[in-house]
Ligand binder design. Structure first.
Ligand code: FE2
Ligand code: FE2
Length: 178
């Protein structure tokens, strides 16, 4: 059993408030991709899906004269730093295991390298899975941030992921016991 489910994270007002800025549809698609990639890379699917769901929770809205200013955003954005810290605070508050909360936060911190020195980082498999999942849902001109999704569909997809992850973890436990 996990301390915290994706659904608990997803329905939390903090998640709803901040993910609304970067797009709920993008967050869910990335969580699904991360789940898929977690199988390939032998990574804990629970951590991968949670980090992916929250990876863009640190976005600030860069408006100038009522419109999103992409240049302003590129110059000043630190959403991965902000997101790592915001996600960590939220996870601890709702009872996530501390070690898991740290791993998720670091994966969020490293999901984009836009402000990091090029080629100097060697990502761990979990971090790689989250970055790849984000890339997999990327569309030109940041269009992935504007996709929409019905609230009921969103919750259904989150619950389906939760169920799948729960089954995977149970299966893993039974292997260990044998
Ligand atoms: Fe991002
Ligand atoms: Fe993203």
């Amino acid at each position: 059993m996990r301390n915290v489910t994706l659904e608990q994270i997803f329905v939390h007002p903090i998640t709803q408030k901040y993910l609304g800025r970067s797009g709920i549809a993008h967050a869910i698609a990335v969580a699904e991709y991360a789940y898929m990639f977690s199988k390939e890379f032998d990574v804990n699917p629970d951590l991968a899906a949670k980090a992916a769901l929250l990876h863009d929770v640190g976005h600030y809205t860069w408006y100038r004269d009522g419109e999103w200013d992409y240049e302003l955003y590129k110059e000043n954005d630190i959403h991965a730093i902000k997101g790592a810290s915001r996600a960590h605070k939220l996870l601890i508050r709702i009872g996530e295991d501390r070690q898991s909360a740290k791993e998720i936060a670091v994966a969020i911190l490293l999901h984009t390298d836009s402000y990091l020195p090029k080629g100097e980082l060697e990502l761990k498999p979990l971090q790689q899975v989250v970055a790849m999942a984000d890339e997999a849902d990327e569309e030109n001109g940041g269009k992935h941030h504007y996709k929409t999704i019905e609230e009921t569909d969103a919750l259904e997809r989150i619950r389906a992921l939760d169920e799948q992850i729960e089954l995977d973890l149970q299966e893993e436990m039974s292997w260990i016991r044998e």
